[in-house]
Design a protein around this ligand. Structure first.
Ligand code: MG
Length: 356
């Protein structure tokens, strides 16, 4: 099997509600769709979901990088995943979301040719249903509390809360949410680097002992691991690295200076399934539990993440909820049982998604 052509197009995903986090507000996600075509007539699908604040890429940049990658992709055998990903790391190293799109399209093709779902290529099935949890975007305290209550009324017992503005305003948001949902709901906080330094972060975290907080994600900026380490060593609530941790080298650095207690792996930060496997391996060796995060990908990128999660028992939580909040998803095949809020891995060959 040989790759004969690639096609790249913008993928502008309209959200039902704007996603607001510490560093910006997104009514629409500007991503890219990749199609890899082979001489067997197979079509492999990939999604690049860049974010200048997280992956360092824009939509235009990933489209250009993918077009550049055509020079070494065309003529390649999709089974040569390691060789192709190494070529990507040589030629387009600053474009992890573009590399992730290539990587998932390769796995989609290999799975289709072998007639197995992608999770069978990654280690086989370890999970059958994957519990998800919703994200509460940063907003005024009343709005966040009302949305939290709405999800809890649906039977959901875990919420991810986006914070990271002024500490007093964040505390007020948390108090309103707790008043609305009670103390038995697990809260996973994501600060998105919003607390300006370790001293500020430590001060506010020490006031959170009466809340049911499972972990706090990226309280301080990603440019200084010592700052993150200072928070991690000073507080009892576990601290997770997200923006500070892209691939395997970052996990190693975090482990060496004990900068975090947990790692958030995202396909778009590390460059796809192959690189995520390496990232997870380093984290496991270092004794750092991992979750699988998302950039709010459509059904294509979310399906790739779900195959990874399905195959890897070491990942303790999964945030692949993008398709639930997108009005114009380009594909079908990513299935969520809304009664249990669980994602169900597809048994179809490859990623198991089809363009609409
Ligand atoms: Mg995060």
């Amino acid at each position: 099997m040989q790759i004969t052509a690639i096609e790249v197009e913008p993928l502008d995903l309209k959200l039902q509600t704007a996603l607001t986090v510490a560093y910006g507000s997104y009514p629409e996600l500007n991503y890219a769709l990749l199609k890899i075509i082979t001489d067997d007539g197979l079509l492999g699908l990939g999604e690049a979901s860049p974010d200048p604040e997280v992956t360092g890429e824009t939509q235009a940049a990933v489209i250009a990088a993918l077009q550049q990658a055509a020079t070494f992709l065309v003529g390649s055998n999709p089974f040569d995943v390691e060789h192709i990903i190494n070529q990507c790391l040589d030629h387009i190293p600053a474009f992890p979301a573009a590399i992730a799109a290539i990587d998932m399209a390769l796995y989609d093709l290999v799975g289709q040719l072998l007639e197995v779902p992608v999770y069978q290529l990654l280690g086989g099935k370890s999970h059958s249903g994957i519990g998800l949890y919703p994200v509460i975007p940063m907003d005024d305290p009343q709005t966040m509390a009302a949305l939290s209550r709405k999800f809890v009324d649906l039977g959901i017992d875990t919420l991810k809360i986006k914070l990271g503005s002024d500490p007093d305003a964040d505390l007020l948001r948390l108090k309103n949410i707790q008043d609305a949902v009670g103390n038995s709901v697990n809260l996973r906080l994501d600060i998105n680097q919003g607390w300006k330094d370790s001293r500020t972060a430590i001060e506010i975290i020490k006031q959170l002992s009466n809340f049911n907080i499972e972990w706090i994600e990226q309280p301080v900026g990603d440019s200084d691991l010592d700052e993150l380490a200072a928070v991690t060593s000073a507080v009892d609530i576990p601290i997770m690295a997200d923006e500070s941790c892209h691939g395997p080298e970052d996990v190693l650095a975090i482990a060496c200076c004990e900068a975090a207690d947990l790692i958030n792996i995202k396909l778009m930060k590390c460059g796809g399934l192959y690189q995520a496997t390496k990232t997870l391996a380093v984290a496991e060796a270092a004794g750092l539990p991992c979750i699988l995060g998302s950039m709010g990908e459509s059904s294509i990128g979310s399906a790739a993440g779900l195959h990874f999660m399905t195959a890897k028992p070491g990942i303790i939580a999964c945030e692949l909820i993008g398709p639930l909040f997108i009005d114009n998803d380009p594909a079908t095949g990513y299935q969520v049982d809304m009664a249990t809020f669980q994602a169900i891995p597809s048994k179809q060959p490859g990623l198991g998604v089809q363009l609409i």
